[in-house]
Design a protein around this ligand. Structure first.
Ligand code: RAM
Length: 347
């Protein structure tokens, strides 16, 4: 059961007492119920601008509803760091933990311990295992993301050539799910002229990603394209190709932040186009999901409707892993020559 401070209980009782005479019941109820409650967000790693924007959206919503955001950024994108952080959050008696997992299996025991202590757990961006979270906040349908990336690969290479995937960590649930979708499409023969030669892991780290890109370039002289479904990694792939003077022969596509990729995006540049979603909104939706679970509006079951303030309502549906999720967007946003100047100023 969720724990509340004595002050919060008194305020909740007062709120119930004024219910019949209050014309502003909904606004007052949210503020009063969240007062003194702590909402933790645990990202994959620090120094990743992608998560900074999500944290901003999350914290803004939590604060606007009277709660306290608790931000935790591991120094490296490892499960070990996240387990240490989760255990500390349990000791700190936070009310909710929202996590983007570096390894869904490795963090599961720590998250289950949190649940046993009465903490509500959700995942966002990179899913936790269903038994160790009430629900997942997905950025967009994984299969739609996989198809968008593979269609782009076929489009940019003319449908023929060697492609490699630059991922993050080898246990990351989101990248592994997208890669699974891409491999499934290749195995089904949807792109008969494309050959996947390797999948490498840049650890969501610029320098490691750069080195691994150089290794790909050196190993595969006929490489035509790198697919980089990592916002932290895609600028390093682009820069490495440019530094080798190969941007006319090797292209990069993937998921990235417009502000970091604008210099590489364009019809004749190293990255003709790429995709992402609205980071601020992903952070906000994660906060609304955390709040709805904390105040008992939803329990995370398939079929429930989650209220998300100015963002509207979201249907909780089944996910690929036997758990439940809400999805921010039906499809990722495409950034190309026509709109990159606009988006680079947004995030
Ligand atoms: C990286 C992270 C994150 C992913 C984005 C696209 O920064 O790995 O989990 O969703 O890229």
């Amino acid at each position: 059961m969720r724990k509340r401070s004595p002050a919060a209980l008194v305020l909740a009782a007062l709120a119930i007492a004024i219910l019949p005479i209050s014309g502003c019941w909904n606004a007052q109820r949210d503020d009063l119920q969240l007062s003194g409650m702590k909402f933790a967000i645990v990202v994959k790693s620090e120094d990743n601008s992608y998560f900074k924007r999500i944290i901003e959206g999350f914290s803004a919503v939590v604060q606007s509803q009277g709660g306290t955001p608790v931000v935790r950024e591991p120094s490296r994108a490892t499960a070990e760091e996240q387990i240490r952080i989760i255990n500390n959050l349990i000791s700190d008696k936070v009310d909710v933990i929202a996590i983007a997992t570096n390894s869904e299996s490795a963090v599961a025991p720590a998250l289950q311990k949190a649940i046993e202590q009465g903490i509500q757990v959700i995942s966002f961006d990179s899913a936790a295992e269903p038994p160790s979270r009430a629900m997942h906040v997905n950025q967009a349908d994984a299969q739609v993301i996989a198809k968008a990336l593979m269609d782009a690969a076929a489009d940019i290479t003319g449908g023929n050539g060697q492609v490699a995937i630059m991922s993050t960590t080898n246990q990351a649930n989101n990248q592994n799910t997208w890669i699974g979708g891409m491999r499934g499409l290749l195995e089904a023969g949807v792109y008969p002229g494309l050959m996947l030669v390797n999948i490498v892991y840049g650890e969501d780290d610029y320098d490691i990603t750069y080195q691994k890109t150089q290794h790909l370039i050196d190993t595969y002289p006929d490489l035509a394209l790198v697919i980089a479904p990592t916002a932290a990694g895609i600028p390093a792939v682009a820069q490495c190709i440019v530094n080798n003077g190969l941007e006319d022969r090797i292209k990069v596509i993937g998921l990235g932040m417009p502000s970091q990729m604008a210099q590489y995006i364009g019809n004749n540049r190293v990255c003709p186009y790429m995709f992402l979603w609205d980071l601020d909104e992903l952070g906000k939706l994660t906060a609304y999901a955390a709040i709805a679970l904390a105040n008992g509006t939803v329990s995370g079951q398939v079929g429930e409707i989650l209220p998300a303030g100015e963002m509207g309502e979201y249907h909780i549906t089944g996910d690929l892993f036997g758990g439940s999720e809400i999805a921010l967007q039906a499809e990722p946003i495409r950034f190309d020559q026509s709109n990159i100047e606009y988006w680079r100023n947004i995030y």
